[in-house]
Write a new protein. Structure first.
Length: 343
């Protein structure tokens, strides 16, 4: 499948990969019709400033750098819900819901479970700008997305983290590590290299198809999704990819709209497919974790990987495609846990 467009995460109760699924306010949504200036939210951040990212926390010990998970293009933090839960459970113990934010925090007092086993490290899942429940902004570059994550870390009082990003999220994670190596203890890039990747034209066609979808007001969710699926089919021929794109179709006050900011993504497609220029390498441990059936971490990329990430280890999971964490879930979790520092 094309890069940067993962299908839903495994274990999602609806099969949509969106978690949680709140009715987002209109100011955080895209539109089925091209946006007009009058539709811009009055409190929209300026293009050069960071936006406050929607996020969920799966709790554990706060005395170790947390693991921060960044999703790919057209995705949301729900794509990593099952991964996050598995990584939390990798430390032992059960999880329970907490708070209104839909996150999950460990039961316990932060010291242990009474059996001498420490709680696992915290895991954070984020919605990138222009995705999920995060605000929209006309700017969609890796420098801007890196700044968003930096500001969230500051807001949460996190002075060092472990970053894991898939596809577009992997490029955001690499950008942050190269800009602010002091914030990143170690780095995992899932099936993406620090190079130019997929052709822009492919995604331009998807965005045009999404913009052209027309759904009458008042339809049931299932009828609206079926109608949108029918309208996308001529351009987006892979059923799995269509279902993934449709996770962004949300109902707000009786109308169905796209919650991703199609205008900003369309305008910055070239930026998203490329990678910024950096000269100073990231000195920390780095794992490039690809699928053996995917072309996005290949031997032709190794020189640039080595230049920017001299402590990189490259691994491929046999039989996995671009969506490594869905195709080979157990192997993916094992590889990540093996790369993390010991408790």
């Amino acid at each position: 499948p094309p890069a940067l467009a993962p299908p839903p995460c495994p274990g999602s109760p609806t099969g949509s990969g969106v978690w949680p699924r709140p009715r987002a306010p209109p100011c955080q949504q895209g539109s089925l019709a091209p946006a007009t200036p009058s539709q811009a939210p009055p409190h929209a951040p300026s293009p050069r400033s960071a936006v406050p990212l929607a996020h969920a926390v799966l709790g554990g010990r706060g005395d170790r750098p947390p693991l921060v998970l960044l999703h790919g293009l057209f995705g949301s933090r729900g794509n990593f819900q099952t991964v996050a839960k598995a990584l939390v459970r990798g430390g032992s113990g059960k999880v329970r819901p907490w708070g209104a934010g839909g996150g999950v925090r460990e039961v316990g007092d932060g010291r242990g479970w009474g059996d001498g086993v420490p709680l696992p490290r915290q895991v954070l899942t984020l919605d990138a700008r222009n995705h999920g429940g995060s605000p929209h902004s006309p700017l969609m570059t890796y420098e801007a997305m890196s700044l968003d994550v930096q500001h969230l870390l500051t807001r949460l009082g996190i002075d060092k983290c472990i970053l894991l990003g898939h596809s577009m999220g992997g490029k955001t994670a690499m950008t942050l590590a190269l800009q602010r190596p002091d914030l990143v203890e170690r780095l995992i890039s899932v099936d993406i290299s620090p190079v130019s990747t997929a052709p822009v034209s492919e995604f331009s066609a998807y965005i045009s198809a999404m913009k052209s979808v027309k759904i009458p007001d008042g339809l049931s969710r299932s009828a609206a999704r079926q109608l949108a699926d029918d309208q996308l089919r001529p351009v987006v021929q892979l059923p799995q990819l269509r279902q993934f794109l449709l996770t962004n179709l949300v109902e707000v006050e009786g109308r169905y709209i796209w919650r991703v900011n199609l205008e900003a993504i369309s305008h910055h497609l070239a930026d998203i497919m490329n990678f910024p220029v950096f000269h100073k390498p990231y000195p920390g441990p780095t794992l490039f974790l690809g699928g053996s059936n995917s072309p996005y971490i290949s031997s032709k990329h190794y020189p640039e990987i080595q230049r920017l990430f001299p402590k990189a280890d490259v691994q491929h999971i046999e039989g996995a495609g671009h969506i490594v964490h869905q195709d080979k879930f157990e192997e993916f979790i094992t590889a990540v846990l093996n790369f993390l520092p010991p408790p």
